[in-house]
Design a protein around this ligand. Sequence first.
Ligand code: PFF
Length: 500
Amino acid sequence: MARQQWSSKTVFVLAAVGSAVGLGNVWRFPYLAGRYGGGAFLIPYLLAFVLMATPLLILELAIGQRMQRGPIKSLRQMHPAFGGIGLIAVISAFLVVAYYAVVMAWCLIYLIRSLGVAWADDPQGYFFGQVLQISDGVGQWGGFNLPILAALVAVWLAIYFCIWQGPKSVGKVVLYTVPLPVVVMAVLFLRSLTLPGFWQGWRLYLTPVWSAMLSPEVWTAAAAQAFLTLSVAFAIMLTYASYKQPNEDIVKSSWTTAIADLAISLFAGFVVFAVLGYMAWTTSSTVEEVTTSGPGLAFVVFPQALSLMPLPGLFSALFFFMLLTLGIDSAFSLVEPAIAAWLDLKPGTKGTHIAGWACLAAFAVGTLYTTRAGLYFLDIVDHFVTTYNAIVVALGMAILGGWVFGAEALRRYVNEVSDWQVGRWWNISIKWVVPIVLAILLATQLSTDLRTPYEGYPAWALAIGWATVLVPLGLGLWMVRGGQEVLLEAAPPEQDGTPQ
Ligand code: PFF
């Protein structure tokens, strides 16, 4: 059976940008910048973005496009011992999308309630009290929050109908979901420039706090965010590239995606911090005092900004619609690795069925986050999966690409198919910078997490976090030790036209 392909090169770039630019840019990046001291976060982030994440993006595009297979098979084809890395990537993307969709469900609730701007008096109380109805601690589940559960069903239905026909339907959706949010973001940015006090917020955003940069945690968070925002390390871009022709451009697409993604993150940061500056100005406090960090930031600060605008109902509706359109093309890109891997194993199966099962399974896992303790679990799983799993997969891919397959061989392939060329610096990044920095970050983060419980959560709750790391790791190892034969037995013999 022929693999599906993107309908054009532009559609691929749109899909890649759509995957990269997501809630991570508007929701996660600003709250991390807030949590880790504004400007202190920016420098590690920029360094990690340019020196590690973008080279990894080029690597993933090269592997996917050259191997023409989903994550597990692509990596296994390059070396049999690396199929397990593909499996860890697939499971991790799946774990992420389970909570990512829940954040989209919050957006949907806000969108529906926009017209009344119900949060105007107390955005913080509204988010935690009314929308999340958050319990007092992770131990108090408090039952399901039905509006969020219902919104989650709607979000998954939307995701399913975007991906049910694979690259064909995705190609149509991204034509709208990529440009639209950018326009809305520009409007919000211009509005934030007219808020008194915005400058104070920007100062915090842009002033480096050198002491914070000594904390390894800041560097790990920055590196992990750089990977996530570019959708690398979970084999998403690898999967998308596997739907390209083997001789299509790689370098220009990578830089276009990276620059678009970086610009949107920085943009969102300016808006969020301008509003923080304004809030400090109206309440006569310092920007640090009004900075609520953590996953709630975008749901507290942005709504506040919206309620200040003329026609707040309209702007609020636009804003949350923007978040949903930003999120949806990232969400379905996170489901794609699992679908591609499954189709590799059972090529005869109908893509629409696999997509349906994948969505249903991710929805089922996501119901955990629709309980009243959901935000706590979301925070824990997000921390563990996006740090450890991303580091392990990126490390594995860099070793495979850089050392086992050979960075120079891959670079030659990349340059052969691309208009722009990639220099030898890329070999150094993939062979040395990425593995060494990631090994150090892994060791230091591990020692931090073993010594101090993350955000003070109880051990049993953190055990769930560790399980999201150790179970995929165990399955990956099992696959390397022969388990893959069990999985692959069912697959018909390969008709492999991949270049070697
Ligand atoms: N790059 C997208 C974002 O930043 O929102 C999607 C994404 C990919 C999110 C991988 C999280 C992740 F772990």
